[in-house]
Structures are given as structure tokens and as C-alpha cells.
Design a protein around this ligand. Structure first.
Ligand code: 1GP
Length: 238
């Protein structure tokens, strides 16, 4: 497997937009996984993310193994906690919840993850994770016990992502939360993408191909789709 982060950087340089499909191990039905992978292979997806705020299944290893059998896309863990680390993936978004002020999600989980990570060959990609208010309480907010940033406070979000970049994060992830009522505002994507030099991921509440396209046009380098594909595996065909 090539260096995943380097490929993201190269894509950004060439203005080649990226799309990740998020698979939540708690929601995916194992028997239907083959069919989903087939759909992913036919789509324009470039990455697979695996994870969720509260993964209760112990099936992560086998789910990833099964995806790998039939799909060549790089698989990145998108973990809500260290228990979601699987050596079968290719890399991990090493998240710092920089919109929040809960030390558990700024350093505690990261410290606890090290002994587990050291037993793997995962590519570790530090990611400043920024939760944006999106209408109603989301799972990330509930589980992390942090407040999202007001969706109108674009200047403050810009300040936050810049701090995240200066602190050494290699990616910034603007997150409205899975199944969010409202996605991250396009003006915010635009302002943030101008503020940072590192690649920008945007996800949460994006439900159509037009919305994906709009997020790309506003400046997202990689868009994440979870719920819309979960609800409709024919999402990319319509
Ligand atoms: C959630 O950003 C991802 O962490 C994807 O959100 O499920 O709303 O697409 P959706």
C-alpha cells in the first residue's frame, strides 16, 4: 500500500477531488457487505473510512478483512475510541477533537491508543477534528460530551483550524455529525479551505451528488458520505 497521506497531498495539488464512503460497523449488515462493496467499486469513491462514535460490535476486524478481499481502495479507521483500532486497515485518522474542550478527546484516548497502535503497521495521520453545530444533537456531541461550534461563527472556526494546523495536524476534518440535519455551510468550507494549506475533509449530512459537488467547489478536498449510502446503496447510480 502506497503512502495514503502523500496520495491525498498529491491529489490536492492536482485538484483531484476525493470521496470516502464511511462504513459504520454497527450499522452494516455483514451478509449485505459484498453487495455494498460491489456498489462502492462502481462508484467514484477513492477511500473507505471505517468507524463511528459508539461502535459496539467486535466485528471490525472481520468487516475490514471482508472489504479488503473485494476492494482495492485504501481503508482508513475513523475511530471514536481506541477499541476501534484494527490492524487489518491501512491507516488511521488520529483524531484530535479541537472544537471541544474535553481532555479525553484531546489527549487521553490518544495516549491509550499507543500500545495498540504499536502492534500494527497502520499509517497514522493526525487529524484536527472540528464539530460544527448542525441542527440537532449528534452522536459525536453526545459521546464526546463536547459542544459543537456555532455554524455562524466562521471566524472562530477559521481560528480553530489554523491552530490545528500549527499544532501539527496533517488534515482538518469539518464534521456536522453523522445524519446531521444541516451539513457544514458552504461559506464555512470556503473560508476554512483558504485559511489552511493542509487538505480539508468535510462530512456529515451530505445527501446528494449535487451536495458533494458543491462541497468540492467550495474547497473540500475529500468529502465523506455515510448515511446517504447506508440508506440507499444505489446512491451513486441515480
Ligand atoms: C460522519 O462525516 C461522517 O462522521 C458522515 O456523515 O453519515 O451524515 O454522511 P453522514
Amino acid at each position: 500500500m502506497k503512502n495514503i497521506y502523500q496520495e491525498i497531498l498529491d491529489s490536492k495539488k492536482k485538484n483531484k477531488k476525493l470521496l470516502a464512503i464511511l462504513i459504520d460497523p454497527d450499522k452494516v449488515q455483514f451478509e449485505k457487505l459484498d453487495k455494498l462493496i460491489e456498489k462502492i467499486n462502481q462508484s467514484f469513491a477513492t477511500h473507505i473510512f471505517v468507524g463511528g462514535s459508539l461502535v459496539e460490535t467486535n466485528q471490525i476486524d472481520v468487516i475490514i478483512q471482508k472489504i479488503k478481499q473485494n476492494c482495492k481502495l485504501p481503508i482508513l479507521l475513523f475511530p471514536g475510541s481506541p477499541s476501534q483500532i484494527s490492524k487489518n486497515a491501512d491507516g488511521i485518522l488520529f483524531l484530535n477533537l479541537i472544537s471541544g474542550r474535553n481532555p479525553d478527546y484531546l489527549i487521553e484516548h490518544q495516549v491509550n491508543a499507543i500500545p495498540i497502535l504499536e502492534k500494527t503497521a497502520l499509517e497514522v495521520i493526525s487529524t484536527g477534528y472540528v464539530l460544527i453545530e448542525s441542527g440537532k444533537e449528534t452522536a459525536v456531541e453526545r459521546v464526546s460530551q463536547t459542544k459543537p461550534i456555532d455554524r455562524n461563527k466562521i471566524d472562530y472556526v477559521c481560528q480553530t483550524v489554523k491552530a490545528g494546523e500549527y499544532m501539527g495536524n496533517k488534515l482538518i476534518y469539518l464534521e456536522a455529525g453523522s445524519g446531521a440535519e444541516k451539513a457544514v455551510p458552504l461559506e464555512m468550507i470556503e473560508a476554512v479551505s483558504k485559511k489552511i494549506a493542509i487538505p480539508l475533509i468535510v462530512g456529515g449530512g451530505i445527501r446528494s451528488k449535487v451536495e458533494i459537488e458543491n462541497a468540492f467547489k467550495a474547497g473540500a478536498d475529500l468529502v465523506v458520505i455515510g448515511t446517504a449510502f447506508e440508506d440507499n446503496p444505489n446512491f451513486f447510480e441515480a
